[in-house]
Write a protein that binds this ligand. Structure first.
Ligand SMILES: Nc1ncnc2c1ncn2[C@@H]1O[C@H](COP(=O)(O)OP(=O)(O)OP(=O)(O)O)[C@@H](O)[C@H]1O
Length: 938
């Protein structure tokens, strides 16, 4: 027992470092909303400066171009060295915010993640350049003697570190609770707009928190450096535990981050002690301690799940745009022929570069699918590719070439799907953290074990044809080059088909708005897993080809640092298109561009610095990557040559909805004029005793209503009466009690996408269109929610496109001419109409409309009302929530009035007009209905 206690105490050394990282990360996140992957390297900078100052009296500076060091004296006192070290890190933190994250303030989360990864790479190279790559022994800072505690000899530095962790955590908590700047920072987490209105500058606060957070991390790295040593390569062991502490702290609690960090250190120390015991199962992988942060993160996610908070940011940002355009066969053939003809003309070194480029382009395609198309930021793709590479080396002996690659890619697919499971609960930077931790765990638990047993794949062969990458002195052999070219072309076609098919549309819908995607029948969880599977399969193909090309498989090619390097170049090339992946391949590590450049000027580690700088500038200037940036410039140039663009969107001409129905009925052959519930025995919608609670708030209490096919049912009530909550409960977007039946089918337990499938569609108060898709695609994604086979259909067949349904819905609402516009180009009124059209695209039995006329003028409101009436006349049951009372009373057949979550009146409009309870609920007295209708107009 004593030994366990001793190891627990010893673990507080590393634990204090993790706690310092966690507290620093929380501070930075509170101030700016950035999950800083470079936190460890920024903190290490101060620790190295401190050590160098003590050893040589030199102050080392990070800015390239300025002198690398300034001599300050021969014997710098310890406290001064500590202060200078901390100030260097604080200055670095402030500088990074001002130069990188301030310009990225309005950028998508993806750009911020990429920028912080760029800084990580840049600083790691800078640390090596300024302080050397080796490990440093650091003189004691907190004393080297032991203390006797409870009969045990305990190193006194651990006790100091424990105490300092408690003091710093307490000081930070006091800062956020009682200081004005701390309070303002906390307010900014909730609502940056309100903070700006209170005359606090979110930018200055962010810079302050960056400086503070970096200094806190540096303090612990510096104080613990005599225990841990100082080594630029140690960043690898620090990043993940620090981020784990951040996630466990729900990105917000300094105290929890400190406890989690300490706990991780103690846990790792105990595990390393237990591994020495005789009872420890010999079969368990030796890397168990490295996998601990991942396990902790997964448990934290299971416990905290969706409770991880988001900041109340000033500006909502979007991911880089995706241009959906199929690859033209002509260009594919020309490109393939050009590479095939070029390959024999290249020397061995260049051909090796060409092969590396093509292999890396395949891996970059996997990022296009996962990060570009569906917005899931994964840092685990290298580990996934590694699973395929090691599978190839160990399990595919005797199999012909494509089969061995496919089998290995399938193993990677399985690993990728497992890694993707956390994505069902989290997204953005948090997912990046989990996948990074997952990559470290995969490496520690599997890849290291497999590599220990030998890792050389058998040479590839197909029908007796030798496809080996090298034979004795012959490197980068032509047959292998062509095999890789064929694999790349197939992967490009695969991604292009997916991007331009039903699956790509669904990916983009999920990327744009998960809630709205579920509301149009998309199973968000399954779609994400399909994306993980597909991208892992492609990464697996890349990993297997990499293994063949190198002749042997090493961990270094697939560890998380390799993953970061892959991601950097994939992002610079362009994360949202096939062209971007090809460009990424060209400039990627050891690719053709590298080889050509290296022939002119030896690049060495400078390429990493170039990559880091490229990543940061791409994130700031062109998040769509080089391919997107130049592609856009080229398109603009061509458009300018052709003359002025027809960018302006026409306001829809007023249409007569009745005419529209008639016109639509005359539409294209096969137009499905209305699969309604009319004529069936059951009402279209039955809501029975539905109640909704939010914690202690009873938002809805025993609401019941029945709507028949072709009927319009108004749901009205004062603000906060529970209308939206009722609609959310019916559509499956909040937990509720009671029964909901659609055409007699009980859908009460269905998730939203299945309710949509059962015939229940909805619109949203805030339109919630898919901003990445055109109006037509917004409708098409809703018209054909797709089946498990649709991915296969996209790839090898002709996907079923419900153009007729979409066109019919657009025509019915008089917005056919807006089909090719993007939602951002439309007025609020037009967006509302598109929202209704999208909900109609699959011809539901029931249409739930949540304040569709909000934000419209009264003429537009009337127009919308007539359109909705036309929709109901086609046989759809319409439920209309609306504040425009006169519109409801005029258009609806039945009206339900809610107040404080209760139904206070129900019946035809004439009865509602005369109901005194309704008058009282609205205006506090029983005035005539006409006066009431006018008064409550928004
Ligand atoms: N997510 C939530 N968490 C806690 N309380 C909520 C939540 N959503 C709504 N409420 C509360 O439930 C009650 C009903 O809100 P709801 O939005 O359903 O009313 P509403 O009639 O649609 O209002 P409005 O006309 O203003 O949109 C209100 O008291 C509201 O504050």
């Amino acid at each position: 027992m004593e030994q366990y206690l001793l190891f627990a105490l010893l673990g507080t050394g590393a634990g204090a470092v993790f706690a310092g990282l966690g507290m620093g990360l929380v501070t930075v996140y509170k101030g700016s909303g950035v999950v800083n992957f470079a936190q460890a390297s920024m903190g290490l900078w101060g620790a190295f400066v401190f050590d160098e100052l003590r050893k040589t009296g030199d102050l080392v500076l990070p800015v390239p171009g300025l002198p690398g060091r300034v001599h300050l004296g021969t014997s710098i006192p310890l406290p001064m060295a500590v202060v200078v070290g901390l100030l260097s890190s604080a200055a670095l933190g402030g500088l990074v915010h001002i130069l990188v994250f301030r310009p990225l303030r309005n950028a998508p989360a993806l750009s911020k993640i990429m920028a912080s990864i760029g800084i990580l790479t840049l600083l790691q190279s800078l640390l090596v350049r300024r302080f050397g790559a080796g490990s440093r022994v650091v003189d004691p800072v907190l004393g080297s003697d032991s203390l006797t505690l409870g009969g045990m000899d305990v190193p006194q530095d651990r006790v100091w570190l424990l105490g300092i962790t408690v003091v710093v955590a307490g000081a930070l908590m006091a800062y956020y609770r009682w200081s004005m700047a701390g309070l303002a920072t906390r307010a900014g987490v909730e609502d940056e707009v309100a903070l700006s209105l209170a005359r606090w500058s979110p930018n200055r606060l962010a810079a302050l928190n960056w400086a503070l957070g970096t200094a806190v991390t540096s303090l612990f790295l510096l104080l613990a450096s005599p225990i841990t040593g100082l080594n630029p390569a140690s960043i690898g062991t620090l990043v993940v535990p620090g981020l784990a502490a951040l996630l466990v702290a729900r990105l917000s609690s300094v105290a929890v981050a400190a406890v989690a960090g300490l706990g991780l250190g103690v846990l790792q120390s105990e595990l390393s002690f237990m591994q020495l015991q005789s009872w420890w199962p010999r079969g368990l992988p030796s890397g168990t301690t490295d996998a601990v942060p991942f396990v902790v993160i997964v448990i934290a996610l299971i416990l905290l799940g969706n409770k991880l908070p988001r900041r109340g940011e000033l500006v909502l940002s979007r991911l880089p745009a995706v241009v959906r355009r199929p690859l033209r066969p002509k260009w594919v053939l020309l490109g393939t022929a050009a590479v095939a003809l070029l390959a024999p003309l290249l020397g061995q070194a260049q051909r090796n570069g060409l092969i590396a480029s093509m292999v890396f382009a395949v891996i970059a395609l996997s990022y296009v699918v996962l990060v570009g198309l569906i917005g899931q930021v994964s840092l685990g793709q290298a580990a996934i590719a590694g699973v395929a590479a090691f599978t190839l080396a160990r399990a595919t002996d005797g199999l012909p070439f494509p089969v061995s690659v496919l089998l290995s890619a399938l193993a990677a697919t399985v690993a990728g799907v497992v890694m993707g499971v956390p994505a069902l609960r989290i997204r953005g930077a948090q997912l990046a953290v989990v996948t990074l931790a997952g990559a470290v765990a995969v490496e520690a638990l599997f890849l290291r074990q497999i590599s220990a047993g030998g890792s050389e794949p058998a040479d590839p062969e197909l029908f007796g044809l030798d496809l080996a990458a090298q034979r004795s002195s012959e490197l980068a052999r032509l047959p292998f080059t062509y095999a890789v070219l064929a694999a790349l072309v197939l992967c490009c076609l695969l991604v292009s088909r997916v991007l331009n098919g039903t699956t790509g549309r669904r990916f983009l819908a999920v990327r744009s708005n998960e809630r709205a995607a579920a509301a149009v029948g998309i199973d968000v969880a399954r779609t994400k897993l399909v994306a993980f599977a597909l991208s892992s399969f492609i990464a697996g193909v890349g990993g297997a080809l990499l293994a063949y090309s190198r002749g042997s498989v090493s961990i270094e090619s697939f560890n998380y640092l390799a993953g970061i390097s892959f991601l950097i170049f994939a992002f610079i090339g362009g994360i949202t298109s096939v062209g971007g992946a090809l460009l990424a391949g060209l400039i990627g590590p050891f690719g053709l561009w590298y080889v050509l450049l290296d022939g002119l000027v030896p690049l060495g580690s400078a390429y990493e610095i170039i990559g880091g700088l490229g990543m940061i500038s791409t994130a700031i200037v062109a998040p769509e990557g080089a391919a997107g940036f130049y592609g856009k410039a080229l398109r603009n140039l061509l458009a300018r040559r052709k003359g002025p663009a027809h960018g302006a969107i026409e306001v829809p001409a007023p249409t007569d909805p009745t005419q529209a129905v008639v016109a639509a009925a005359d539409g294209p052959a096969g137009t499905p004029l209305v699969p309604t519930g009319r004529g069936t025995a059951h009402p279209a919608l039955e809501v029975e005793c539905v109640s909704v609670r939010y914690g202690g708030v009873r938002a809805v209490q025993d609401v019941s209503l029945v709507v028949r096919a072709g009927e319009m049912h108004g749901l009205i009530g004062p603000n906060g009466a529970g209308k939206t909550s009722t609609l959310d409960a019916v559509a499956g977007f909040c937990a509720s009690e009671g029964a909901v039946r659609v055409r007699g089918t009980d859908v009460g337990r269905f998730p939203p996408h299945r309710r949509y499938g059962a015939g229940l569609a909805r619109t949203w108060q805030a339109t919630e269109l898919f901003l990445d898709l055109t109006v037509r695609d917004n409708l098409l994604v809703a018209a054909g929610p797709g089946s498990p086979g649709s991915l296969l259909n996209d790839v090898v067949g002709r996907a079923r496109v419900c153009e007729d349904d979409a066109t019919f819905a657009l025509r019915l609402l008089g917005i056919e001419h807006l089909a090719d516009s993007h939602p951002a180009q439309l007025s609020t009124g037009q967006q509302k109409l598109v929202g209704v059209a999208r909900a109609l695209a699959a011809w539901p039995a029931v249409l739930l409309c949540d304040e569709p006329a909000a934000g419209l003028d009264s003429a537009e409101s009337r127009e919308l009302g007539r359109h909705l009436r036309a929709v109901a006349d086609t046989g759809v049951a319409v439920v209309l929530i609306e504040h425009d009372l006169s519109l409801v009373l005029q258009m609806c057949d039945e009206v339900t009035v809610l107040d404080f979550g209760h139904v206070i009146a129900q019946g035809p409009p004439e009865a509602i007009r005369r109901d005194p309870a309704v008058m009282t609920a609205y205006v506090g007295d029983a005035r005539p209905a006409d006066a009431l209708s006018k008064e409550v107009q928004p």
